[in-house]
Design a protein around this ligand. Structure first.
Ligand SMILES: [Ca+2]
Length: 309
């Protein structure tokens, strides 16, 4: 297993907890108004199966659902092959998971039994996180290959590190970058891919009704098996191999305001099955405390390309 430690040197730009309107960013979208979801908050209560209910605790117990399925061990030819989790897409400067991480893939990580703060790549600012088990777990029956949800930022970070990957962050910066660059395709990996290098508003293009993706207008009202909406992908190669950036579940990124602990604000991207087309734009400036988890929030990983042996 290749483990690659991310280097975090971002400046702290303290924002209020539950920050919803990010000054200077796409302010016609306000968290919770992109659709039916109330979005994440810093409340201390949890559970629920929909409606965007959230929690900042991630220490509930659970034994996990059934294993198997998903795209574990998927390979591509190139420098990012053979890593756990979704098959990766070679995007030139870096690689990105082709889909969101599924429940079965996350279960494989849990079954290894790594413990927070014992796992050597778990950073000090994640010391609040006492368990990698999602705050609502196990996943519903039949959802093995649906996106994992109810994970806080540190859960997502740990999974990616275990897989030899990292959360998607800044272009050409090896996992570091300023939070305020997250809607710029020149500085944000996630934005670069979603926008097709700045060419489009949504991951699937700049026009259409968006029902090629799992958003509110599509009417599914739940997650789907990852990667099963083939038109919810970029227009041109290699972006066309990356699925479900718009809709499905929100995706944590390593675009955070600081690196101090649970209250740092981190960006999550793309809207979800609860959000309308407006909320699925690549530029939507959603963000939440690092400790937040919610009913339509998951993640995918990126990776630095390794030099050929
Ligand atoms: Ca998504």
């Amino acid at each position: 297993m290749r483990l690659r430690a991310a280097l975090f040197v971002w400046a702290s730009l303290a924002l209020p907890l539950g920050c919803t309107a990010l000054a200077g960013l796409d302010d016609d979208y306000v968290l919770g108004e992109g659709g039916q979801s109330a979005g994440p908050t810093s409340s201390s209560t949890t559970t629920g199966t929909g409606g965007g209910s959230t929690t900042t605790s991630s220490s509930t117990s659970g034994s996990g659902g059934a294993g198997g399925g998903g795209q574990d061990g998927g390979t591509v030819s190139g420098p990012c092959e053979g890593l756990p989790g979704p098959t990766m897409v070679d995007l030139g400067a870096f690689c990105m998971d082709s889909t969101e991480v599924s429940n079965a893939q996350y279960l494989a990580f849990l079954e290894v039994g790594l413990q927070p703060q014992v796992f050597t790549n778990d950073p000090a600012y994640c010391s609040f996180n006492t368990s990698f088990v999602p705050s609502t777990w196990p996943a519903p029956a039949g959802h093995d290959d649906h996106p994992v949800m109810w994970v806080d930022w540190c859960d997502a970070h740990a999974y990616c590190e275990w897989a030899g990957k990292r959360l998607c962050s800044a272009v050409d910066a090896g996992g570091t970058g300023p939070f305020d660059g997250f809607d710029n395709p020149a500085t944000s990996e996630w934005m670069y891919v979603c926008s097709g290098s700045g060419a489009q508003a949504y991951s699937f293009g700049s026009s259409g009704d968006g029902t090629v993706c799992n958003i509110a207008e599509t009417g599914i009202g739940d997650t789907t098996v990852v990667g099963t909406m083939p038109s919810c992908a970029g227009v041109n190669a290699p972006f066309s191999q990356v699925l479900d950036l718009s809709g499905g579940v929100h995706e944590w990124t390593a675009e955070c305001t600081g690196y101090t602990g649970a209250d740092d604000t981190c960006a999550f991207r793309g809207g979800s099955f609860m959000h309308d087309l407006n909320g699925a734009r690549c530029t939507v400036p959603d963000a939440a405390p690092r400790s937040a988890t919610w009913s339509d929030g998951g993640f995918r990983c990126c990776a630095d390309k390794l030099a050929p042996d």
